[in-house]
Design a protein around this ligand. Structure first.
Ligand SMILES: C=C(O[C@@H]1C=C(C(=O)O)C=C[C@H]1O)C(=O)O
Length: 474
């Protein structure tokens, strides 16, 4: 990445910006390739979700993620550059694309600040290959045209533009200067308020009501036969409403109700959005460390404090849930073994309490030697047995055979990579694909020896609740 000592926005003028962009176009001509120009600036406090709501266009892709408890939110929309990949090495292909792009990037602004500089946003399916005709490819990477992010007290706005050697520099200058003014003093009053639809008219279980208990019984027979130890089986429920769903209305509810989760919306620019509130981090790389977690084992929340504490206590002592959790932890440790990291984690899981469920949770972290790539970590970790199974090959084959629908982005790695090798990925669970008047919600549960089909069904219902309350006004 090229970082000329230029400040085209701070106290600058449109003329200075024009001069800078003309130099970038000259660079594109001299290397014979378009340059990605990335202009970052610190702005007054902005709410990324409110900004996205104000300029939301169903015909434009966007990426939004926010974790209020961790103090960050980021929204990006429209596309400066994009790359799609499929197959077993899709994350390695994405890394090569990022490296190529960064070699032809000119970035200016406070680049050491969080969320400054170009960021590459990922939408990745659970499977390495996506069936034709789905809402998203197996892997999509985009650098948005504009991005607004908050971490702690700071807000950063970024404009990204792909500038060919013969770019209409005057036009690009005018556009960026306008955006600069807009983000410098944002006017929220132009937001088109979108109410959530009233109660769903219809909820349809994909594959039929009996499909899930039957699949669980089949998996239990295969586990008893020794084919595999654990498989995570999911259900899909399709809701139809009288009015259209709107991702922004849903997201404000999700982020309020699940502040410790990653609330997210990933739009494909063709009217479909994958939204949710996921409690599960796949991996974060920041400040020379990596952070991942084992999350598996679930129990309901109680109505009263004592009922709630009793559920929590039972979960912490449940032999079945501890075993299910251990499989995930051991698998994560095993998959990272080749990297020679010194993994740090507690011996016993702790509780993660969400509004609708308790989970068993073991955060895992390690110092990262230079040269370990976050996308290599993603490729090694995904899918953990928290959403796939163990051992991996027979469990994934069973999952594909026993589930009644392709997973799409459900349980896939969603997140971003920055220009310095950092980034963060969460697992796309507690999620739904919104498409006009329908929303297809997904929820799964881990099946091990000792699982009971009715209880797993009830557990997936609890997980659906994370979304259903937010999707409509019911
Ligand atoms: C698969 C899902 O959740 C996963 C399965 C869990 C379990 O089986 O206890 C718990 C947390 C998640 O890792 C889902 O929400 O769809």
């Amino acid at each position: 990445m090229k970082t000329p000592p230029v400040n085209p926005t701070g106290s600058a003028t449109p003329e200075a910006l024009r001069g800078f962009l003309a130099q970038c176009a000259a660079e594109a001509r001299s290397v014979g390739r378009p340059q990605l120009v990335s202009i970052s600036m610190a702005v007054d406090n902005l709410d990324p979700l409110a900004v996205l709501e104000s300029i939301f266009e169903p015909g434009e892709p966007h990426f939004y993620a926010e974790r209020p408890a961790a103090g960050f939110g980021v929204a990006g929309a429209e596309v400066a550059v994009e790359f799609n990949a499929a197959g077993a090495d899709r994350f390695a292909a994405a890394r090569a694309f990022i490296d190529r792009t960064l070699a032809d990037t000119i970035a200016v602004g406070p680049l050491a600040e969080p969320f400054a500089g170009p960021h590459f946003f990922f939408a990745a399916g659970f499977a390495d290959d996506a069936p034709a005709g789905g809402a998203f490819p197996a892997l999509r990477v985009q650098v948005p045209r504009w991005q607004v992010a908050r971490r702690g007290d700071g807000t950063i706005a970024v404009a990204n533009v792909l500038l060919p050697g013969d770019a209409p520099v005057d036009l690009v200058t005018a556009k960026i200067w306008r955006a600069h003014g807009k983000f410098g003093a944002f006017d929220y009053s132009r937001a088109k308020q979108k109410a959530r639809p009233s109660a769903p008219q219809r909820a349809e279980e994909i594959g039929g009501a009996e499909a899930y208990p039957m699949a669980v019984r089949q998996a239990l027979a295969e586990i008893a036969r020794g084919d595999y130890q654990k498989v995570v089986l999911a259900r899909a429920l399709r809701y139809t409403t009288a009015e259209e769903f709107h991702p922004m209305g849903v997201l404000n509810h999700l982020r309020q109700r699940y502040p410790e989760c990653y609330s997210f919306s990933i739009a494909n620019g063709r009217g479909q959005s994958f939204i949710g509130a996921s409690p599960e981090r796949l991996v974060r790389v920041a400040g020379g460390r990596m952070h991942t977690a084992a999350l598996a084992g679930s129990a309901p929340r109680g109505e009263t404090a004592s009922e709630d504490a009793a559920w929590a206590q039972a979960l912490l002592q449940s032999e079945k849930d501890l075993r299910e959790h251990r499989l995930v932890l051991d698998s994560i440790v095993g998959r990272l073994a080749g990297l020679d990291l010194k993994l740090e984690h507690a011996a016993q899981p702790r509780l993660l309490g969400l509004a609708n469920v308790h989970h068993l949770h073991t955060p895992i972290s390690a110092s990262l030697p230079a040269g370990v790539d976050i996308l290599d970590l993603v490729a090694r970790l995904h899918p953990t047995p928290a959403v796939g199974g163990a051992p991996q090959a027979p469990a994934l084959a069973a999952l594909q055979r026993l589930e009644a629908f392709p997973r799409g982005l459900y349980a896939g790695p969603q997140g971003w990579v920055d220009h310095q090798g950092g980034g963060e990925f969460f697992v796309g669970i507690r999620s739904a694909l919104i498409d006009g008047r329908t929303a297809t919600a997904y929820a799964g549960a881990g099946i091990v020896a000792g699982s009971e089909p009715e209880k797993e069904f009830a557990e997936t219902d609890l997980k659906f609740n994370a979304l259903i309350g937010a999707l409509t006004q019911s």
